[in-house]
Design a protein around this ligand. Structure first.
Ligand code: SF4
Length: 96
């Protein structure tokens, strides 16, 4: 049976605060130990960003979050506001 749910498929488990690709990683991932510091706005973003710098997923994680405006908190070393600014700049450059 085929799903008619447009939101079906792999999605971050935001209800738990931890996305699937982080949960499934075999190596140590800093945000897995303290997800509230990362995936909620306003909770220790400075510390979370520093820990992201040592994570081997930092680039794909930032790209993942950049493509998903619904995500908040620190992802791939970027804050919600920084990603919003990048999207705004991209739209402006495309319109020019
Ligand atoms: S880059 Fe940061 S938010 Fe992304 S998986 Fe690594 S520690 Fe978690």
């Amino acid at each position: 049976m085929t799903s008619t749910n447009p939101f079906a498929g792999p999605r971050p488990t935001l209800d738990l605060g931890i996305p699937d690709f982080v949960l499934e990683a075999r190596e140590h991932v800093p945000c897995r130990a303290d997800p509230d510091a990362y995936f909620k706005d306003g909770l220790r973003p400075r510390e979370a960003r520093l820990l992201c710098q040592g994570c081997e997923h930092v680039d794909p994680c930032a790209a993942f979050a950049l493509e998903r405006p619904e995500l908040s908190g620190v992802w791939g070393g970027t804050t919600t506001e920084e990603r919003r600014a990048v999207r705004r700049r991209s739209r402006t450059e495309l319109a020019a």
